[in-house]
Design a protein around this ligand. Sequence first.
Ligand SMILES: [Ca+2]
Length: 332
Amino acid sequence: MVKLSTLLTLTVSMFFSAIVNADSYLKREEVDAYIDELIQQHQFSRQELEEVLMAAERRQDIIDLMRRPAERRLNWHEYSKIFLDEQRISGGVEFWRQNQASLERAQREYGVAPEVIVAIIGVETRYGRVTGRHRVVDALMTLAFDYPPRASFFRKELTQFLLLAREEGKSPLGLMGSYAGAMGYGQFIPSSFRNYAVDFDQDGVRDIWRNRDDAIGSVANYFSRHGWRGAAEVTVPVRVKAETEQLLAIANESLRPTHSVAEIAQMGVIVDGLDPDAKVLLLRLAGGEAPEYWLGFDDFYVITRYNHSRLYAMAVYQLGQEIIKRRKRTVG
Ligand SMILES: [Ca+2]
């Protein structure tokens, strides 16, 4: 039974938290401390920071979305239907056709194949159609100060965001992005923008929001800097002789390829034609009827540097392959 006093305390605290929310973030001690830190470390003026952060709104819907990302909510069978749909495949063929010169130059300069870049932009934003409906400052303030599990990560991203806006001459209140503060065609979080965005068309600005050349070059640079090899194998489907405990124990254990193909073969995976010394990880994904097994190579791991999820990396890989197949049919 709930005591009346507990109910009262609850009601009163809800009342006060509502007031604090309506009153903006500036009333909070940890926000004050954060502002002091920004002034000291990055020479912002108190006035400009307060103007921006005062305008930020706490967004409960963003916290809810953060708690339930698709990568954790869905299995492969469900997830793949979202990202390997007809619209995304035909959209990829079209995006490739429209940006062929830029994609080919990115391949020459960064060693990243067009289908990888196209698939990333397709999975992230449907080729720039869905780049996020949240003000980045709201998303990052909410996650930095009202989402304890990742507060320290998002405080750093918030700082990166404020630096980015200053460097690029943008108003921090005008930039839109995802609920996690990711922006533009390739959904770069602020630290990725500062570290990996490039001015690929050399017009003097890094514009990942509207400029497709910059978006393409930036995704390619991101992959290159994270060790993309462009090897023949990214991931390959395999069959297993039996689902042994040993096999189940190493399936989905890590995003890094840590076992040699030879080791995996000894555990009962059929690995015809693969280099026995190559390092791989074993994936076990929920298929429509039976589980699917795949081996992931070094470049599979690199895709997970974009989004730390095996489902994500598999969707990017398979979308790229579907786009290639469709292109062959339509382009000839
Ligand atoms: Ca540019």
